[in-house]
Design a protein around this ligand. Sequence first.
Ligand SMILES: Nc1ncnc2c1ncn2[C@@H]1O[C@H](COP(=O)(O)OP(=O)(O)OP(=O)(O)O)[C@@H](O)[C@H]1O
Ligand SMILES: [Mg+2]
Length: 276
Amino acid sequence: MRRVVFNQKGGVGKSTITCNLAAVGAAKGLRTLVVDLDSQANSTRYLLGAQAVQADPPLAGVAEFFDQSLKFTVKELGMEAFVVPSPFANLDVMPASSRLDELHSKLESRYKIYKLRKALEALGDTYDRIWIDTPPALNFYTRSALIAADGCLIPFDCDDFSRQALYGLLDEVKDLREDHNPDLAVQGIVVNQFQPRAKLPAELVQQLTDEGLPVLQPYLVSSVKVRESHQQAKPMIHLDPKHKLSEAFQALFNSLPGEAEPTPARRKAASKKRWD
Ligand SMILES: Nc1ncnc2c1ncn2[C@@H]1O[C@H](COP(=O)(O)OP(=O)(O)OP(=O)(O)O)[C@@H](O)[C@H]1O
Ligand SMILES: [Mg+2]
């Protein structure tokens, strides 16, 4: 299962949601990879720490993978060469770096849009879940991610402009599905920074639901803990497992299509019981 978290609008919670849902799945025993396609490298920093982004020499990651696709090499490096383990069990990262910006126009002009899909397909035996974080733009990297994924989550920040932009965004996904990736399903809209006591956010979310859009439950509230979680490079379930947002991320993960089934750990325990 490969999921992309996508919204062209900046600061709506893409990186926060990607990393926290990936961390929840990994903690359940699912072998998980986070692919960071944003040159800001926020997910990389969140899961590997600030030192990973400043490493000298830089960590090999997504940019080096794409760079390899531009060159003719007799012996191509396997995808494992571009993956870094995180401090959390079952959770690896394909790091981003500012080199992604330098490569962008070359990749676009050489039409390397299917490279990521092929590469991530080859990792299907290594990982149970792959999460892709995207930049706040509809560029080569975002399109590559939408072509590489089979599920798409769209964070929504309870703003009226965002609600209007959502329709254009869903059209983009539809076009991409028709032209390039029939497997791509919009798995849901993730409501972020929800203010339960304010009237407008509830109305905006209700409008989305009334229009038949797949709004996922529960909504994620705003909390200062998120900043702390980024700063300490620890996803919420590791920073404070009993926090209401940690519980919300777990409930949200369980509500995703395909996640209600037993995880490998639970399956193992269940089959053990049967034979005991
Ligand atoms: N539920 C939340 N509560 C409080 N702060 C949050 C929450 N979700 C996100 N934030 C904060 O909002 C900011 C933007 O979040 P994030 O970086 O995840 O968004 P993004 O969509 O990935 O941004 P960009 O488009 O720049 O990549 C961050 O400072 C983050 O700490
Ligand atoms: Mg981001």
